[in-house]
Design a protein around this ligand. Structure first.
Ligand code: AMP
Ligand code: MG
Ligand code: MG
Length: 338
């Protein structure tokens, strides 16, 4: 399958934010640091990091749930009238980054809300999970991760060479409208510019009141969901619900879909592919950023799928990339559409 659309490079977006949490101190003695195996040098750093990421993503889900329960989303428009940020978007990255850095201080974290969360973080301290009451962090959700057999290139990964691409709340537009099933927390782990693992957490999953966490490690495995093959012979495409434009609609039209499923969130749509709801995710526009795609790309690769730009090229997740936006065409195929 091929699609031709003109690329316009003049839309390049050069903003670059690195998370800064000087003002926010998560109290010591969090349960996270009570898991000595996450510090153990007997287990490869990569596996400890993936395991820790699943734990902290799961725990962060309670922040989104608390915000909904409080009814106080504290919405700020980041620009253009269609890019909202809520208090959950601000609190989750502070928590996730601080928690990961307790065990992995040399990580580079690049997150969507980089600038805004360095403001007055005391405003959301009440949302941070208390150390004693979060049972998710008292036990491993995926104890099997620490025992996975991994190739030497993953075994040799050093902390300082890892880049975490963090979208604390993907699908915020839907979140602000009560479309909670579209919301995920995305934590992508990149090394050498490629996604080596991805964690997707659904805080409002219908599977569990405590949310659902899914991980994928390309070439190694995945967990937390069951990959389902999509229907063959029917091209079902999923795309944006709240950020469409004529270019996206034109691209979808060219693909002659049997059905189009419009939904919020890059993470949510990636799960549609993994669980056999749709055959492809098409987004022929600017708007997606690398924190939207790193974790979904890792999971898709882990189940045999693929994510590319229009010309079939892979995206780079190096920390030195000069822009974070994904341009113009994102085609995500599962194995039936390769
Ligand atoms: P959607 O499929 O519309 O939920 O978009 C997936 C991700 O890309 C979300 O994190 C959106 O915030 C982001 N995104 C897509 N299009 C835009 C846009 N036009 N402006 C801002 N963010 C966008
Ligand atoms: Mg997003
Ligand atoms: Mg977001």
């Amino acid at each position: 399958m091929s699609v031709c659309l003109q690329s316009s490079r003049n839309l390049l977006f050069h903003a670059r934010f690195t998370l800064s949490f000087r003002h926010h101190q998560v109290p010591e003695n969090r349960p996270f640091s009570k898991m000595p195996v996450l510090q153990s040098k007997d287990v490869p750093l990569f596996l400890r990091l993936v395991s820790a990421t699943t734990q902290v993503a799961s725990s962060a889900g309670s922040i989104a749930r608390k915000v909904v329960k409080s009814g106080e989303l504290d919405i700020v428009d980041k620009g253009g009238g269609n890019d909202p940020q809520t208090i959950a978007d601000r609190a989750i990255p502070a928590y996730v980054t601080q928690m990961l850095r307790q065990s992995f201080p040399k990580l580079t974290v690049i997150g969507e809300e980089g600038e805004s969360v360095s403001a007055d973080n005391a405003l959301f301290e009440h949302l941070i999970p208390p150390s004693t009451s979060n049972s998710l962090l008292d036990k491993f959700i995926f104890p099997q991760i620490l025992k996975l057999k991994i190739p030497d290139k993953l075994r040799g990964i050093k902390e300082e060479d890892v880049v975490i691409w963090l979208d604390p709340l993907d699908g915020t537009t839907e979140f602000t409208k009560g479309g909670l099933g579209h919301v995920t927390t995305l934590i992508g782990i990149a090394h050498g510019g490629i996604p080596v693992a991805g964690v997707i957490h659904e805080p409002f999953s219908y599977h569990s009141g405590d949310g659902r966490t899914i991980y994928g490690i390309p070439g190694v495995g995945y967990g937390g969901c069951q990959m389902v093959l999509p229907q063959t012979g029917k091209r079902i495409i999923t795309t944006t619900q709240s950020h469409s434009n004529p270019r996206i609609e034109a691209a979808i039209g060219i693909l002659k879909p049997y059905r189009v499923i419009r939904a919020g969130g890059a993470g949510h749509k990636a799960l549609y592919l993994v669980e056999g709801v749709a055959n492809a995710y098409v987004f022929a526009s600017k708007g997606l950023k690398k924190w939207d795609t790193c974790a979904p790309e890792a999971l898709l690769q882990a189940v045999g799928g693929k994510m590319t730009d229009l010309s079939g090229q892979a995206y780079s997740y190096n920390k030195d990339v000069s822009f974070y936006r994904i341009f113009h065409l994102l085609l995500v195929f599962n194995q039936h559409e390769n």
